[in-house]
Design a protein around this ligand. Structure first.
Ligand code: F6R
Ligand code: MG
Ligand code: MG
Length: 379
């Protein structure tokens, strides 16, 4: 069995929150190479999208392994020290605890891990997002694994025809449920259509039981209880055979659908699929970006990456994203560009509400109701 672990964090940006510094990425790669030398990892690749560093690792130690999580944590700590020296912006931004306590979950960084029985040929795609949020992959995962208009394999591919199961996490109540497509599609959509609360964590092939996809669902603000940065997500998807084809996995991103994030983590904006060369969101700190790195695993070795969105056939999606960005920006501080009050990562509401508390007066109708007393008394 091989485990793919992607662990990511924003440990400092250049310039501002727009991108990473090459020395930070080089440090990340050096740490992974050393772990490969020591036998901890089979392979490792450090990459980035915007100001987030993604450590893509393969090993034989299973999910939630303390040594693997510690490797990622120590790499982020060393990266933070370098980010401080380079005076990068927001150095150590996503590291919420002072010391590592056995598992990276709940400590700030996001993670997506899957233990697999590597097939004779194992194509995988690792997605890396910036200026968006956990749950931002719900629509795409639905299209890949439940929508025959996106994935004809669901209809005409025998190993996909029994459908897929979706594990959904309620990120606020910290509970999970598994629902089956296609029978429970309408139940599924009730939840995953509200991605700020319900995020798809895992997808499995129902015929074979194999894990098909895994995404990070870590919500920094819910961990820290205050704004600390957006939970730029990652996701690993297996492709071909009993899973959607590479093209079916990438196809949902041909539409620049709307996600939460963007400026100050407090706006809706289009998700723009980009090659690494364009993975540095600048306009209004965005719009949100997504990179897709393709690998062929070979006994856990990461052959690749191929920069999958570095493809002119995604030009229209990028143009669409720019057009939607223009349109949404015209709303300025109004919804639906600005997020609803309880979803904003930055807010001055409590401050302003308290300041103006004495200036609010009850509406006339409300005063009349109060004087009339409860309805039962009037009768
Ligand atoms: C959003 C993001 C940026 C920052 C913004 C303000 O995820 O990282 O949009 O929120 O640039 O940053 P600060 O508060 O650090 O000045
Ligand atoms: Mg940042
Ligand atoms: Mg980021």
């Amino acid at each position: 069995m091989v485990t793919i672990s992607v662990i990511k964090a924003d440990i400092g940006g250049m310039v501002g929150h727009s991108s990473s510094h090459p020395d930070i990425l080089a440090l990340g790669q050096r740490e992974l190479d050393a772990a490969k030398q020591s036998g901890l990892l089979i392979d490792g690749h450090a990459s980035h999208c915007g100001d987030d560093m993604f450590l893509i690792m393969t090993h034989e130690r299973g999910e939630d392994n303390e040594q693997i999580h510690k490797l990622a944590w120590d790499t982020f700590i060393k990266g933070t020290d370098l980010a401080k020296k380079l005076k990068l912006y927001g150095a150590g931004q996503d590291l919420l605890t002072d010391a590592f306590s056995g598992n990276i979950r709940g400590a700030g960084p996001g993670s997506a891990e899957m233990e697999i029985d590597e097939r004779p040929s194992e194509p995988i795609i690792v997605f890396m997002g910036d200026k968006t949020s956990a749950g931002g992959f719900n629509l795409a995962l639905y299209k890949m694994f439940a929508d025959p208009f996106n994935t004809p394999g669901l209809v005409i591919g025998e190993p996909l025809h029994d459908g897929f199961s979706f594990e959904i996490q309620d990120v606020k109540e910290h509970q999970k449920i598994t629902l089956n497509a296609p029978e429970e599609l309408y139940d599924l959509l009730v939840f995953i259509g509200a991605p700020s609360r319900y995020a798809i964590k895992r997808v499995r092939n129902r015929l074979t039981g194999e894990i098909a996809a895994c995404s990070s669902t870590d919500k920094l603000s819910l961990i820290a209880g205050r704004y600390v940065g957006k939970d730029d997500p990652t996701m690993v998807v297996r492709c071909q055979g009993s899973f959607p084809a590479v093209g079916e996995v990438l196809e949902p991103f041909a539409t620049a659908y709307t996600v939460e994030g963007w400026m100050r983590g407090s706006h809706n904006g289009p998700l723009m699929p980009v090659g690494l060369k364009d993975a540095h969101p600048a306009r209004f700190d965005g719009p949100p970006r997504l990179v897709a790195l393709g690998f062929q695993l070979a006994d856990g070795k990461l052959n690749g990456p191929n920069d999958m969105f570095d493809d002119p056939s995604f030009n229209n999606a990028r143009q669409e994203a720019s057009n939607i960005a223009d349109y949404l920006r015209k709303h300025g501080p109004f919804e639906p560009h600005r997020l609803p009050l309880d979803e904003m990562e930055y807010t001055t509401m409590p401050l302003i509400r308290d300041k103006l508390a004495g200036r609010w007066t009850a509406l006339e109708e409300a005063r009349e109701h109060a004087m009339a007393g409860p309805i039962s008394e009037v009768e």
